[in-house]
Ligand binder design. Structure first.
Ligand SMILES: Cc1cc2nc3c(=O)[nH]c(=O)nc-3n(C[C@H](O)[C@H](O)[C@H](O)COP(=O)(O)OP(=O)(O)OC[C@H]3O[C@@H](n4cnc5c(N)ncnc54)[C@H](O)[C@@H]3O)c2cc1C
Length: 261
């Protein structure tokens, strides 16, 4: 099996953009204009319109003045990922997280598939897959048996594999999200967190208030941001073209005439 990597079979994670700073493009533009407009004032915020946004924001972002992106935050809910994935997510430090507690919530035991994420690479090996399922079934049984015996779930959870599903709420500002996308939309990222990152990006491009900034600020993998791949020899073959095309195709699919520029 060697380096074979998985994709999810069923039970894909559910990713939703729950909330974000109101009038995000206007907020970023208005904040940026304090540097350039002598007549800038707090009152001018209400007057910033889409024309101002189109006139100033793409240009300012093209200079690489990215601190203005920090004035917009976005909150996502991510459901049904493994703890392997959530651990990678929370390594991104300039963000806020709240995760389902294994101390306060007793694991809602489903069947093996509902309780755990099993990679496609394992599913492709029937004998191995059977062994995984058996081990996971036993882990669930022992977890339940421990709880029944009076062991608190905060201790019973020690028996659970990292594959156990979890849900998490994450809030990031747009600048950190760009950094996150740079690393995690890349084919070098592990498949599950990559899947989550692409779903987060899709939430942005589906949203009329946010879609234009995806292109203007290059909210994409690092090959899109930089125009080349910094991974050099580590880059999987053909990945540069594939990843750029995937990003372009996703953004284009949701772009409409007019405001998107
Ligand atoms: C392909 C891949 C493989 C990986 N493999 C491993 C691995 O084998 N082992 C492992 O431990 N991790 C691994 N990671 C995780 C990686 O090391 C980072 O922890 C993770 O990607 C978070 O990114 P970050 O630290 O750049 O940024 P974030 O935490 O998102 O922070 C954003 C940026 O803020 C700045 N920053 C944040 N905190 C500080 C600070 N304290 N001091 C100075 N600057 C700061 C940095 O510029 C940083 O890039 C891997 C990640 C990827 C994408």
């Amino acid at each position: 099996m060697g380096e074979q990597r998985g994709e999810r079979h069923g039970g894909a994670p559910k990713v939703r953009l729950i909330n974000y700073t109101p009038r995000p493009l206007e907020t970023v533009t208005w904040a940026a204009l304090i540097s350039y407009w002598k007549e800038w004032s707090s009152d001018s915020f209400e007057n910033v319109n889409r024309k101002d946004v189109e006139e100033h924001l793409p240009r300012i972002l093209s200079y690489g003045h990215e601190s203005i992106l920090e004035h917009v935050t976005l909150t996502f809910s991510i459901e049904g990922i493994s703890r392997v994935c959530s651990h990678q997510l929370v390594r991104h430090r300039i963000a806020s997280y709240t995760q389902q507690s294994q101390r306060y919530i007793k694991l809602d035991v489903d069947d093996v598939e509902g309780t755990f994420v099993i990679p496609e690479s394992v599913r492709g090996e029937p004998e191995l897959y059977g062994k995984w399922r058996e081990l996971m079934r036993k882990a669930i049984e022992l977890y339940e048996e421990s709880c029944r015996a009076g062991v608190h779930q905060e201790d019973a959870r020690f028996i659970l594999p990292q594959a156990v599903r979890t849900s998490i709420v994450v809030t990031m500002n747009l600048r950190e999200l760009k950094h996150f996308f740079g690393l995690r939309l890349c084919e070098r990222a592990q498949w599950e967190i990559r899947e989550v990152a692409w779903k987060m990006l899709e939430e942005l491009v589906r949203n009329d208030d946010l879609r234009p900034i995806v292109r203007w600020a290059k909210l994409g993998p690092r090959c899109v941001q930089l125009g080349y791949c910094p991974e050099g020899k580590l880059m999987p073959q053909g990945c540069l073209k594939r990843t750029k095309e995937r990003w372009n195709e996703l953004v284009k699919r949701h772009e409409r005439h007019g405001y998107d520029g």
